[in-house]
Design a protein around this ligand. Structure first.
Ligand code: DC
Length: 221
């Protein structure tokens, strides 16, 4: 497929709605690249911890961006992010990162840097990209947009089943109320409430959206 024909599947939704798991399965099934944009914001938050930068001081965070190299790539069909050549791995999901990530994600310069990197992925191939603003800001013209929701109760239970302590409601409130690229249902996105659904059902629903919106037959193999 030529670069112009690469497609972007945008999957947005609140924290712990299951969108990463669903995006991974859809991407694998269709042979597309899965891009986890939350990991990119988490990598910036992780770097602020490493460098002792106060996230409430936006100018200090912006200054840090000039001195740190964030490199994005793909491994086994999944996006990767290195910070000065180092992969933070599971540290990206630690509590300190959870607490800081909405703060760094509200800084326009951080978003500008990462949105550019996110759009670059489309040069490599078709993508399933998950985040908060993929359908609204990163790829507003893609016809393939879903918003995966789930009740707060279900989302908290999913996080604690993973052994993680994550104040999802607090993060969602911060992500939804920020001025720049807030978490919202993008124009034209199909909302899937996954509260009562199993992963496979959600995957099937996303596949159906792709068919309904006219995804090219060749991506279905
Ligand atoms: O998907 P996640 O929970 O790993 O995302 C971590 C944080 O990153 C989330 O609370 C808000 C921010 N984020 C964002 O602002 N825009 C995105 N496209 C993805 C994540």
């Amino acid at each position: 497929m030529s670069v112009e024909k690469h497609i972007a599947v945008a999957i947005d939704g609140p924290a712990a709605s299951g969108k990463s798991t669903v995006a991974k399965i859809v991407a694998k099934r269709l042979g597309l690249i899965m891009v986890n944009t939350g990991a990119m914001y988490r990598a910036v938050a992780w770097a602020t911890i490493r460098d002792g930068v106060d996230v409430d001081d936006a100018s200090a965070v912006v200054e840090m961006l000039d001195n740190v190299v964030f490199s994005c790539g793909v491994e086994d069909g999944l996006s990767t992010i290195l910070v000065d050549g180092f992969y933070p791995g599971e540290e990206l999901r630690q509590n300190g990162v959870n607490q800081r990530v909405s703060g760094v994600a509200a800084i326009p310069e951080v978003r500008a840097l990462l949105v550019d990197k996110q759009r670059e992925y489309l040069k490599l191939g078709s993508v399933v990209m998950e985040g908060r603003d993929i359908g609204s800001v990163v790829f507003p013209n893609t016809p393939f947009k879903v918003y995966i929701d789930a009740s707060e109760e279900v989302r908290l239970a999913r996080r604690s089943a993973e052994g993680l302590n994550d104040a999802v409601a607090k993060r969602d409130a911060e992500d939804s109320k920020r001025k720049i690229s807030p978490l919202k249902v993008a124009d034209g996105a199909v909302v899937i409430d996954s509260s009562e659904m199993g992963i496979e059902e959600v995957v099937d629903a996303v596949m159906q959206v792709l068919r309904d919106k006219g995804a090219p037959a060749e991506i279905f193999g």
